[in-house]
Design a binder for this molecule. Sequence first.
Ligand SMILES: [Zn+2]
Length: 373
Amino acid sequence: MTATGTGVYFDGQTSLRQDVHVALGADLAIRGTDGRRIADWPFADLREVPGVPGQLRLTCEGSAPLARLDLRDPALAEHIRAWSPNLNTAHVAEASVQRRVVLWSLAAVVSAALFGVYGVPALADQIAPLLPWSVDQRMGAAVDRQIRYVLPIGGDRFECGDRPEEKPGRAALDALAKRLSDAAGLPIPIRIVAVDSDIPNALALPGSPVYLFNGLIQAAQSPDEVAGVLAHEIGHVAHRDGSRRTLQAGGTSFLFGFVLGDFAGGTVAIFIARTLSEASYSRAVESAADAYAVALMRKIGGDPKALGGFLARLDAEEDDKGSPLDYLASHPATAERKRAIDVAVGDAGDASSTMMDEASFRALKSICGGSRP
Ligand SMILES: [Zn+2]
């Protein structure tokens, strides 16, 4: 007997979600919608990833550790449960994560011993600016993959902008990103990811992507406020702040991983992702990114004061909520920053907005399907 159905497959390497056909025969056969072979997973090797309500999430021992298959069809899930003897035994991904923890811990101890004399932060400060930009990009890509894997914060998806009704919003964001990126003139392209989350936050990974959370898009009252936040985050990329932070967090064990070619090593990247997202940069680092934002906004003819105004308004609105993940929690001393921005801008500020037209801004606002009450 062969049961068939559909599912969603993630290859564990990219964030791409693929709609697939699933057929239960000798193995669990995963095929693309065009019939292309994607994988054949033996039933004995299937493991269930627990805690995904309303669906069966599978991994397969011996295949790519982060590859997974989501199935929503209860009948199909029932068949698979019946046919897979080891579905709920601890799966290899966990075992390999544990192995990695041990390995990385050893590496961390060694590196701490080696560099304890110099101090890792100081070392990271010296190393980060010397690294080729391709290293920033690889760090960012690795952390990006891990964050998407561990934080499916928007329910089904992490990034928005790819549904047909969201395309105009994506186009508006891309146009703004290109303008900022061109003006910044960095040796690497800046990629912006619209994150499907109501948390008002933004975050720059090493070498980009810059995460722009929907909560922040919804809170913005003008395109210049969005542009100001992005300009600030691009400042972090330009100053290699995320890379420095990543090096500090992972110490030289991260470099070990780089040398050993295990750059996407799960544990370390997860650890660093957490460190980055909870990072509170020093005031000096934040001020430098603010100054960068002011200069960049001037360069593209935007309102350089918008960022400071936006920060102050968020601060006032968020005062009593105070989520540890919100933008201001990771960006301290708002009033002081607004003053510094205003001083830097001087009287020459208040450019009228030319960032995007009304229609584009409305489209941007609905990039994640609009605001949710
Ligand atoms: Zn910042």
